[in-house]
Design a binder for this molecule. Sequence first.
Ligand code: WT7
Length: 648
Amino acid sequence: MAKDIEALQKEKRIFEPPAELVENSNVKKWMNEHDIKDYDELLERAKDKEWFWEDAAKELEWFAPWTKVLEWNPPHAKWFVDGKINIVHNALDRHMGTPRENKVAYIWEGELGEVRKLTYRDLYVEVNKFANALKGLGIQKGDRVTIYLPMIPELPIAMLACAKIGAIHSVVFSGFSPHAMMERTKDAEAKVVITVDGFYRRGKLISLKQNADEALRDAPSVKHIIVVKRAGNDVSNGDKDVWWHELVEGQSATAEAEVMDSEDILYILYTSGTTGKPKGIVHVHGGYAVGTYRTLKWVFDLKDEDVWWCAADIGWVTGHSYIVYAPLIAGATSVMYEGAPDYPHPDRLWSMIAKYGVTIFYTSPTAVRMFMKYGEEWPKKHDLSSLRLLGSVGEPINPEAWMWYYEYIGDKRCPIMDTWWQTETGSHMITPLPITPLKPGSTTRQFPGVEADIFDDNGKSLTEKGGHLVIKTPWPSMLRTLYKDPERYEKQYWSRFPDTYLAGDAARKDEDGYFWVQGREDDVLNVAGHRIGTAEVESALVSHPAVAEAAVIGVPHPIKGEEISAFVILRKGREPSDALKDELKRHVAEEIGPIARPASIGFVGDLPKTRSGKIMRRVIKAKAIGAPVGDISTLANPEAVEELDKAV
Ligand code: WT7
C-alpha cells in the first residue's frame, strides 16, 4: 500500500538551469572564489556553518565586530555575539554617498494607477523624519509600535523608522479584523499605533481608521495613534490621534541609527499556531539581516541592475524579509503594489511587469492557480521578456501550476525558485539556487548553512518515506523566542526531538536529497493507516483539465479513521455533474492510488481563504462535519462559507 502513496511522486521531469544563468550567478561566483567545484561540495563545505555565516555577515557593516559567531544553548542561539549593528544602517545609511543614493528603492503603484518613486535618498530622509517624530512622542529603544497599514510607502518607512531608533515594530496585516489587531496590540503592549484613514481594494474604499478605532477602544497601553492621510475619507478624531504629515513637518532629515546589539529585537510578527492564540515570533537585528540578505542575493541572484518584485503583502514575513529588509540592504529597485492582483483586469500584474521591466518576480502558488484559471490569454497580451527568474512561496506548488507558471510567465526560460520557509525561519531554508536542477513541485535542497532533514516519530532520519520536517542546527535568521511566551517557544518547536527544530510540516526527501513538502502536519490525513497529504490530493485534482482549484479535508470515518472529502472549483466553461464527480474520483485514484480516492466531491464557486491566500481547511471541515465554524474573522471571502453549505 505504501507504494500507492509513493507512486504519486511520479514527477520525474528535471529542468536544468540555463548555463548562462549558472555561470553569471552570484552563488557561482562565490563558489569560484572559494574554490568550490559543485553543488554537493558547496553544501558540504557550508556544514561548517560558523564559517559560512561569518562570511555572509562580513558583507554587512557592523558598528563593532562579534567576538564569537555562534553561541548555542539549545534551544537558544545567539549569532554574532557582542556584535553591534543596526539593520537600517545597512538598508539605508550605508548607501548614502554611493551611486545607490539616487537609485530608485521603490516603484510604488496604487490600485488606482498612481505612481510614486522613492530613491534611496528619499527613503532615507522620510525614515529619518519619521524616526525623529517617533522620538518626539517619547518612543525609545525597546518600545513596541503596532503598524496597521496597507501596501503604501509609509509602511516600510514606519518599520525602518522604528528599527532605526531601536523600537520594536509589530506589523498587523491590514486585512486583519479589528479584533485580531486589538489582540496583537495588547499582547505587545504597544505605545503607538500607526494606521491610515483608508485605502483601496478592488476599487472599494476600506476605512482602516474605523477598524483601528474599534480595536483600540480597549488597549490601555496605546498613547498615540498616528494616521496617514491616504484616501482622504472622513475619520473621527480622538485625542490620541495625530496626522502623520503634521507630525513629520519640520522634523530634521537626519537621525542617528541606534547602536543595537546583534541580538536586540528588531520586530515581532504574529502568526497563527495550532491554538487560537497568535504566536509573537521574535526576530533580531544581526542574524536576521545576515540570513535575509544572503538568501536574496543567492536564491534570486539579485544584482544591481535587477528590478525585483516580491508580490506579497508586507503584513506577512515574506514582505518583511523580501520587500523591506533584504532588498534594501542589497540596494535593489523593488516594485511595490497596493492593490488586488486581478484588478481591474486579470492582467494587472503582467502589465506592471512589462511597464517596469521587472526581472525577478516572486509570488504564491495560489496566485499562480488563480491566473491559470483566468487563462493564458492574459499574460500573452504583454511583453514579459524582461523576466529572468521566478519564485514561489507559501504552500506546495503542484506540478501543473508550476508548469503553467514556467511556460506562460517564464516563457520556459526562467527557472522557478520554490522557496520553503516560515515566519519562524525568517529567510529561505529549503530552496533552489540558480545552479539547481529543478523538479516541478519540489523545493529541492537545503540552503547552504542549513541542515534540514526528515524524521520519523522516533527521530530517525528518513529517505523516500514521508515524515516530520526538521532543522537540525541553528541558523542566523531563526526566531529567538515567542514574545512573552518562552515556554511555548520551547514546547512548540524544540520539545519533539532533542535540540532539533520541528517545522510542523510533513515532507519527504527523495533519493537525490530533494525535499517534497506535503503541507502542515495538521493538514495531513490518515486514511486507513496511510499518510496522505491534502496537498497531494489537491495536486492530483488540479491536474485534471476540468479543475481550477481544490481543497481536501479528512472527515471522520468509523473504520478507516478518516476519509477524504474534496471541494473543487471548476475551470471556466466546465459544468458540474455527477459524471464529473465520478471522473474526478477516478482520476485521483489513478494519480495517487485507490486509497486516496475521495469519498465525496463538492463543486463550489469559491473556497474560504485567509487574506494571505491560504485555504482555511478548518472552516471547510467544520462545514463538512456540521460543526461550528468558529472564528472566521480572518477570512478574505466569507461568502465562500455559504457556497460550502450548498455543496455539503
Ligand atoms: C508554512 C509557513 C514563508 C513565507 C510565507 C508563509 C508552507 C511555505 C512553502 C513552499 C510548500 C510551503 C509550509 C510552512 N510553505 N513555503 N515553498 N512549499 N510549503 O509563511 O505563514 O509562516 O507559513 O507555509 O507549510 O510551514 P508562514
